[in-house]
Ligand binder design. Structure first.
Ligand SMILES: Cc1ncc(COP(=O)(O)O)c(C=O)c1O
Length: 403
């Protein structure tokens, strides 16, 4: 009999919230009018979309008229980078740890990539060097999809005001929305990306918040929906479900962060206690001894409760196990019912070396030993119990076998 599924891959995608699924099914059945039309059924669909717009706008701290619905986080990020570059003709800049949905468009435009420190936080001196009068856009994610590390948007915006006054700040809040009060933390950003499937909504739907006055050229032309910024018939069921999921996420967020943060700490502390020489990414643990070339990372066995994870989102436990290969570990974990990943999920499913860990100074071997256990609104105590029963043994077994 197959082992029960313990899902620890919420950073890749979350289970659909039941209330979002219900709303979606209802719309699929009865609200089939085209929201751009004029008759009664069309107007009913448009009202549903406007309700979702209101809910999402409240969650992002913008006005409903600033929301641009689109087909997910990747499209929102592409629209931000290409759209501002097309509108201004300036230079685009991003951090070295951005999701490929930002990094590849910035590289495509010949933009500048800014280094991070060993904890994965943007190097503000390197940012200052990258800024000048030609810069039109700086894109820095609010929380990282591999490490969960949160970036200091206020400080970034302050530097931009001084050194690149015409640049707009874009933040990819795709991973942040389940955990952080994006409405207040993204105030310095003119553009904010989100994707529904990271917070209990369906895949293939997302939004870019575009504050009034932000220069942005549409990248998808056609019927002129979304104030001309994103043409195409609205995905009414997806947008409605995203609105429901966003409302539930925001309402439950403080309780979820507290509950899941405690689960994550128990999981990560338990692994530290049971496994020698664990390197936990994105955290500083004074007093721990250090790994030569990777200096400064947490290794050894810190006391439970001593690791400061306040710079990361509550659902993220990202650990490296020197001497173990991620792919082998993931295979063994899956045999025991644990669904996890090493770095971000990519199209091929292959474990490419992580550009995020490389930017943080991890060598290839250490980066290749990473495990991302990401919890979410659906995670339980039993999930953590199961992971703690399986992960230490799996690591010990692979180390003994030479991975
Ligand atoms: C930080 C971040 N940005 C963008 C995306 C892309 O979003 P989507 O899967 O909706 O295209 C992801 C998905 O993993 C992500 O984690």
């Amino acid at each position: 009999m197959a082992a029960p599924v313990v899902y620890l891959d919420h950073a890749a995608s979350t289970p659909l919230r039941p209330e979002a699924a219900e709303a979606m099914i209802e719309v699929l059945g009865s609200d089939y009018g085209n929201p751009s039309g004029a008759h009664r059924l069309a107007r009913a669909s448009r009202r549903l979309i406007d309700d979702a717009r209101d809910t999402l706008a409240a969650g992002l701290g913008c006005s409903p008229g600033e929301i641009v619905f689109c087909a997910g986080g990747t499209e929102a990020d592409n629209l931000a980078v290409f759209g501002v570059a097309a509108a201004t003709g300036g230079t685009v800049v991003c951090s070295a740890v951005e999701h490929h949905a930002v990094l590849h468009p910035v590289e495509h435009m010949g933009g500048r990539i800014v280094a991070v420190d060993r904890l994965g936080r943007l190097d503000l001196e390197a940012l200052a060097d990258a800024l000048d009068e030609t810069v039109c856009l700086v894109s820095v994610m609010l929380a990282n999809n591999e490490t969960g590390v949160v970036q200091p948007l206020e400080e970034i915006a302050a530097l931009m005001a001084e050194l690149a006054p015409r640049a707009v700040l874009h933040t990819d809040a795709v991973q942040a929305f389940p955990w952080l009060d994006v409405a207040s933390m993204a105030v310095p950003a003119q553009l904010i990306s989100v994707a529904a499937h990271k917070f209990g909504g369906p895949k293939g739907v997302g939004a870019l918040a575009v504050r009034a006055g932000t220069p942005l050229e549409p990248q998808v032309l056609g019927g002129g929906q979304e104030r001309g910024l994103r043409s195409g018939t609205h995905n009414t069921p997806g947008i409605v479900a995203m609105g429901v999921a966003a409302g539930a996420t925001v309402a439950e967020r403080p309780a979820t962060v507290e509950r899941v943060g405690a689960l994550r700490d128990r999981l990560a502390d338990g692994i530290h206690a049971a496994v020698p020489d664990v390197v936990e990414t994105g955290v500083d643990t004074p007093g721990q001894h250090r790994v030569g070339a990777q200096g400064g990372h947490c290794v050894g066995r810190p006391e439970a409760g001593r690791v400061d994870r306040s710079g990361k989102v509550a659902g993220s436990a990202h650990l490296c196990f020197p001497g173990v290969e991620s792919e082998a570990l993931l295979f063994v974990l899956e045999q025991s019912g644990i669904m996890a990943s090493a770095a971000s999920s990519c199209a091929s499913g292959a474990q490419d070396p992580s550009h995020v860990l490389a930017a943080m100074g991890y060598d290839r071997a250490l980066a290749g030993s990473s495990l991302r256990l990401s919890l979410g609104h659906a995670s339980t105590d039993a999930d953590v119990d199961h992971a703690l029963a399986v992960v230490p043994d799996a690591v010990a077994h692979l180390r003994a076998a030479g991975s």
